[in-house]
Design a protein around this ligand. Structure first.
Ligand SMILES: *Cc1c(COP(=O)(O)O)cnc(C)c1O
Length: 460
């Protein structure tokens, strides 16, 4: 049997896009300005310099430049693992007996195992270019810390990673990978910072939290000369860097003579989703096409489907500017679901705005349903998906099943953000039937809403 479309389409290096696409440039209504928490006024680039590299501060606030050249040094490292394949899920389609055509863009083909490397490389490069002496960050599940370790190693920048103690102890091999790339990995809370010492004094046996690791990483950055702190999602600059995912997908589909009717991505902070949908949302904003675009979030951390569209801090440590976004409140602590990368209280301002204005849809899915989809997918496509990615798989399968019922031959594209080799405890819990589906009550959510910041004249 001869098939026109291959199972895996790899663009050649020459076909790889050399520009990031800034979706904000085509939004008629831009995301609301970020506010400086100290003044309540829109932030200026200078306000961001203490936190971000100067180039990144400009990227953060630039909502008019449509295409931005990717520096050659970044392209060189991208080529260690890009272009990533666009896959046609023939085997999955057959198993589902669906007339739908299912494509996925696979971002798990690098050592960090996820798309996070796309922005880590850019952030490490600009830090190097500005002559910084080092970076700090936090990591929960470990994907971001690993990605940034790889990137900092490549550009020769020292990196300190504060890793939530629970995951430091549960995932020792994550730490080993980061150390292989030369990062210093510290279990948080630690005695290396004021914030850590305080928490340890109060509770010596604590296994840590993301909020605490962020506080430590920020303190270390602001108290060490030439250091800055970096974030792996949510921010406009991160979505910009992740647009490489969508640009490659659009080009590959064009070569195949295809165009998606539905584009689906999992949503934690919104960076892979923002990157994947970028060119398709551009077509929608400019009236060239009108694909359905779906964000998939965990039912345990439902920022789009049950959150509020208000100003909030991007981080639990309350040091970043405030952004208008769908949020559960930066003090909201989601249940320990296994998809650690989706346990984020807010949603990227760009995604939030597009969702608010009706350009996209959102669904929340339960954990056991997600792992059902993950194991089904693994069986037919021979890839062990990350639990985060499996949220997108769940919805892609649901849409393909609807096509079977209606007989429609829709073309579905979803983002497979990474592999799940470090998530076998979660897979085990699923196999043993001990996994549960925690859904917060309205009262649980209200606690987070009660702590939303008050900004005189803007948000009382
Ligand atoms: C971090 C992560 C996510 C979620 O982050 P976004 O910023 O929403 O993209 C999804 N999948 C994997 C594999 C991750 O590591």
């Amino acid at each position: 049997m001869i098939k026109k479309i291959p199972h895996r389409l790899y663009l050649t290096e020459d076909q790889m896009p050399t520009q990031w696409y800034n979706l904000r440039a085509d939004m008629k209504e831009k995301p609301e300005a970020m506010l400086n928490p100290a003044t309540g006024k829109p932030v200026q680039p200078e306000d961001l310099y203490p936190v971000f590299c100067e180039k990144l501060a400009h990227q953060e606030l630039d909502d008019t430049t449509r295409y931005i050249d990717i520096p050659d040094e970044i392209l060189e490292m991208y080529k260690n693992y890009r272009p990533s394949p666009l896959c046609r899920a023939y085997n999955l389609e057959r198993a589902l007996e669906t007339p739908a055509k299912i494509y996925y863009k696979f971002e798990g083909n690098n050592t960090s195992g996820s798309h996070k490397l796309n922005s880590a490389i850019a952030q490490a490069y600009y830090a190097k270019e500005q002559g910084l002496k080092g970076l700090t960050t936090e990591t929960g599940a470990g994907q971001w810390g690993t990605a940034l370790s790889e990137a900092c190693c490549y550009f020769g920048i020292p990196l300190t990673v504060y890793m939530v103690k629970a995951s430091y102890e549960q995932k020792p091999f994550r730490k080993s990978i980061m150390e292989t790339f030369g990062a210093a990995v510290i279990a948080s809370p630690s005695s290396t910072t004021e914030a850590g010492r305080k928490i340890l004094a109060e509770n010596p046996d604590t296994t840590g939290s993301l909020g605490c690791a962020i506080s430590e990483a920020v303190e270390k950055a602001v108290t060490t000369e030439g250091y800055k702190y970096v974030l792996g999602s949510v921010l406009n600059q991160v979505l910009l860097h992740q647009s490489i995912i969508g640009m490659e997908s659009a080009k590959a589909m064009e070569i195949l003579g295809e165009y998606p009717d539905i584009v689906i991505g999992c949503a934690g902070g919104g960076s892979n989703l923002g990157g994947l949908i970028a060119p398709f949302m551009r077509d929608k904003l400019t009236g060239k096409a009108s694909p359905r675009i779906i964000a998939v979030e965990p039912a345990s951390c439902p920022s789009l489907t049950r959150g509020k569209f208000v100003y909030d801090f991007c981080d639990t440590g309350k040091i970043t500017p405030m952004a208008k976004m769908y949020t559960l409140g930066c003090t909201f602590t989601p249940s320990p679901i296994h998809a650690g990368g989706l346990r984020y209280h807010g949603m990227a301002p760009i995604i939030s705005k597009l969702y608010h204005d009706g350009y996209m849809e959102a669904v929340a899915v339960e954990q056991t349903k997600v792992f059902e989809a993950a194991t089904f997918f693994a069986k037919y496509e021979s890839i062990l998906p990350a639990p985060e990615s499996a949220h997108a798989i769940r919805t892609a399968i649901d849409e393909a099943i609807k096509c079977k019922e209606t007989g429609e031959e829709k073309t579905i594209l979803f983002g497979l953000t990474g592999t799940g080799f470090f998530d076998m405890t979660a897979y085990n819990a699923f196999h043993e039937g001990t996994m549960n589906d925690y859904i917060p009550t309205d009262e649980d959510l209200q606690k987070g809403f009660d702590n939303l910041p008050k900004i005189p004249g803007i948000q009382e």
